[in-house]
Ligand binder design. Structure first.
Ligand SMILES: Nc1nc2c(ncn2[C@@H]2O[C@H](COP(=O)(O)OP(=O)(O)O)[C@@H](O)[C@H]2O)c(=O)[nH]1
Ligand SMILES: [Mg+2]
Length: 247
């Protein structure tokens, strides 16, 4: 069933019920049948995974993607496995979204998840939670995570599209290359590009493994048009995946 035919998830009690089902799935407990019992969803919306170091601008970019999708009437649910990092000036995604006026919008659902392990590992019930959100009718799903090493590979398992967000700050790109995270990326954003993105973009181009050529974009997520090309690319891919599955 396409999401437009599913019941609208407006009323507060439905949202509370959805939140409860996600808690059950996170714990590994049984999920109610109307949420598909946590089994793979009948209709699976595109899943965007957003990963990168704390403070790179993942939440800010996700908020911009949400803004664009909402302007086109599309719904979005986000699972944020993102420990807040005061040291880097990062805020929990929920806070950032609230600041950016998606609060009270029934077409946007955001859930923060406890991370497993210091680096922000993927939650064990993630697949189930995505299935529940799909059954609830959300047209786009996103996962935000501070992924390194094995976590990044796990993200690849759940996400149709992986967006890696780096900054020109010393070491970011090198760290990502060392952690093997470059290999999972379909799109790489060099964000906070007002500090100059050329060098990191060049380094990335030169060190990409053979046969792997992710789209590279420089972005400034905090300026109104600063991430336009990146956002276009992400939204185009989400749409391609959805159209492919609807046929
Ligand atoms: N100067 C600048 N600041 C940015 C940019 N993108 C995000 N920020 C800021 O960087 C901080 C961390 O952003 P956030 O989205 O929370 O990063 P996350 O930890 O990767 O989710 C916030 O204060 C943002 O406002 C950018 O392109 N340029
Ligand atoms: Mg964040």
């Amino acid at each position: 069933m396409p999401p437009s035919q599913l019941p609208k998830h407006g009323p507060q009690h439905e949202l509370r019920r959805l939140a409860r089902m996600l808690t059950l799935a996170e714990r590994g407990d049984p999920v109610a049948p109307e949420f598909g019992g946590g089994q793979p969803a009948r209709f699976h919306p595109p899943v965007l995974g957003v990963t990168g170091p704390p403070g790179a601008g993942k939440s800010t970019l996700i908020s911009q993607i949400i803004r664009r999708l909402r302007a086109q009437g599309e719904t979005v649910a986000v699972l944020a496995i993102d420990p807040s990092s005061p040291r880097h000036g990062g805020a929990l995604l929920g806070d950032r979204i609230r600041m950016q006026a998606h609060a009270g919008d029934a077409g946007v659902f955001i859930r923060s998840l406890a991370s497993q392990g210091a680096a922000g590992g993927l939650a064990p019930g993630l697949g189930k939670m995505l299935a529940i959100l799909a059954e609830a009718g959300f047209q786009n799903l996103m996962i935000e995570t501070v992924g390194v090493g094995q976590d990044a590979v796990a993200l690849r398992r759940w996400a149709d599209i992986c967006l890696l967000v780096l900054t020109p700050a010393a070491g970011d790109g090198i760290q990502a290359m060392k952690a093997g995270i470059i290999e999972i990326a379909d799109i790489i954003a060099v964000n906070q590009a007002e500090a100059g993105a050329e060098r990191l973009l060049q380094d990335l181009k030169e060190s990409l493994p053979t046969g792997h050529s992710p789209e590279l974009h420089a972005s400034v997520a905090t300026e109104p048009e600063g991430a336009a090309a990146l956002l276009d690319a992400v939204i185009r891919r989400l749409r391609e995946i959805r159209h492919g599955r609807n046929q």
